[in-house]
Design a protein around this ligand. Sequence first.
Ligand code: FAD
Length: 379
Amino acid sequence: MTNTTFDYAVVGVGAAGLQLALKMIDDEFFKDKKILLLDKDEKTGNDRTWCFWEKGDTIWDSLATKTWGKGLFINSNECISFDLAPYKYKMLRSSDFYSYAKNKIQEAENITWVKDEVEKVGGHQITAASGSYEASHIFDSRIPEEFHKKKDKYHSLIQHFKGWFIETKEPVFDPETFTMMDYRLKWEGSTSFTYVLPLSKNTALVEFTLFNDQLLPDEEYDVFLKDYIKQYLKIDNYEINEVEQGLIPMSDYPFHKHHSQHISKIGTAGGWVRPSSGYSFKNADRYSTKMIENIRKGDRPEKGIATSRFRTYDSIFLNVLASRNDLGEEIFTRLYTKPKIQSVFRFLDEESPFREDIRVMFSLNRPQFWKAFLKTFWK
Ligand SMILES: Cc1cc2nc3c(=O)[nH]c(=O)nc-3n(C[C@H](O)[C@H](O)[C@H](O)COP(=O)(O)OP(=O)(O)OC[C@H]3O[C@@H](n4cnc5c(N)ncnc54)[C@H](O)[C@@H]3O)c2cc1C
């Protein structure tokens, strides 16, 4: 296919691109628009599991593998339980989301899905392995090369993890309660923890996670997972049914500078990952809704997205964790247990009023925070 022209093109249809495409399908404004979706993959397998919190029942409940109303936060000294109401923590397997989205896309006559590797995007033009395409506006979810070259000039960490979906003979899990973070087992001197998402009394996803600047050799994650399951879950006999592994960049790099007249960056590439937490699936929901509203109003699609005061808080947060990675246990204990969990969720969802932000930030009371705070605002 060469030089085919579209109204909108989405380059990379993962979490962000698909959510944007689904919202276009549901909106009258786009019914007569020609939309191109391009991805190098088929998007069929289960390449990740998304977790997020939200209030009430939404479209995601029918797709979710599991939801929880209660959580635990565990550190070296205590185990704190919290009731999430009115929120629920939800787990969605990417394969379920991809097949749901692909079905809806197949039914939409104005959408063309092409499997192709994109090499370059500039102006209205997309150059891909098997041809070129044109669109009035392009939504691009490829991470800019410049990020990889320059990320060290910013406050940047990597959230990296490996998880096992395990199955036990005995009923050992409480399927109503998930463990958000357990800091009892750590890679020395780092922000590292395990989380546990029980799917039933006999099955759970157990994942060892680090927020730091260095990946581990693959077998190290396994050592931690094995230790955690034996020492803390007290399980000797189990089978590993599936493995999940990945990394998420957490950085205050200014992704927004890669937007241009006819191109809006989206997803991780658009700065949609909340740099202090690594969560972004719900942001993709929120931000793609906002993009649709902006387009309808004739505004820039990315207007008001991922540039709020919350990015300044995240930068302070990353600054502290990057310089004192060993403080993670204390900082996250304060973050998740000093304010009410509902306040923390509102803060991470960028929905809290300013006075609540201050309360959440004050709960992190450590000299390193005040230093980073002053450095940020004194510039
Ligand atoms: C294993 C894993 C687990 C995660 N868990 C959570 C979680 O629990 N909760 C949460 O909120 N966030 C989570 N995240 C973070 C974040 O939500 C995901 O990374 C999310 O998928 C990011 O969405 P995206 O659209 O930016 O990128 P992706 O979903 O990765 O989509 C990018 C798409 O672009 C395509 N692409 C890339 N380059 C090209 C090219 N040159 N040509 C054509 N296509 C291209 C890729 O094939 C892909 O389909 C997780 C991330 C990973 C990796």
